[in-house]
Design a protein around this ligand. Structure first.
Ligand code: 5GP
Ligand code: MG
Ligand code: MG
Length: 182
């Protein structure tokens, strides 16, 4: 698949699965259940693979909600000015909410999302991201769960795209520069 487009595999399918098991254990311990179900808020489309695998690995019942947002900026970096394309289907007031993200780069999108969701009065609001890049430290966003810290390279696979391609790869890799320039 995608012959020759992937320059290197950064995180293998096995490594992703191991990490999800670890994160699920951690999250499960922090939300013992008993009250209303934890609400996972996935940010479309990048977080879909991670969200569905995490949901199945979690030892507590969860409800799935999705949001789609667009940030004004170039294709590979965001400006922090965000517009909602698809909002949550349900009210999250009084609920435990966990935002599920694919990757935090500048952190601007997430910073906006946290403020937006916090204003709806959830009981608690935390973030779980599969990947985090070094620039994320520049914006002060509290991220409780991080899968992998990765170098400042453009990655694809496991939900992450370049021009809507490569989301279906089961691993995370870097793109051959030929792909950007052809
Ligand atoms: P930021 O944290 O800069 O506001 O933006 C995060 C979003 O930018 C991610 O949800 C993702 O859509 C995109 N993004 C950032 N870094 C990468 C990357 O290395 N690969 C891909 N495919 N998307 C990225
Ligand atoms: Mg995202
Ligand atoms: Mg994208």
């Amino acid at each position: 698949m995608y012959d020759g487009d992937i320059a290197s595999v950064l995180i293998t399918e096995d490594q992703i699965n191991e990490k999800i098991a670890e994160l699920a254990k951690q999250v499960g311990g922090d939300y013992p259940g008993g009250g209303a179900d934890l609400v996972l808020v996935g940010v479309l489309k990048g977080a879909v693979m991670f969200m569905t695998d995490l949901a199945r690995a979690l030892p507590v019942p969860v409800q799935l909600e999705f949001m789609a947002v667009t940030s004004y900026g170039s294709a590979t970096s965001s400006s922090g000015v965000v517009r909602i394309l698809k909002d949550l289907d349900r009210d999250i007031a009084g609920r435990d909410v966990l935002i599920v993200e694919d990757i935090i780069d500048s952190g601007l999108t997430l910073s906006w999302l946290l403020k937006n969701l916090a204003s709806r009065g959830p009981r608690s609001l935390e973030v779980c991201t599969l990947l985090r890049k070094p620039d994320a430290v520049k914006v002060d966003v509290p991220v409780r769960y991080v899968g992998f810290e990765i170098p400042n390279e453009f990655v694809v696979g496991y939900g992450l795209d370049f021009a809507e391609r490569y989301r279906d790869l089961p691993y995370i890799g870097t793109l051959d520069p030929r792909v950007y320039t052809s």
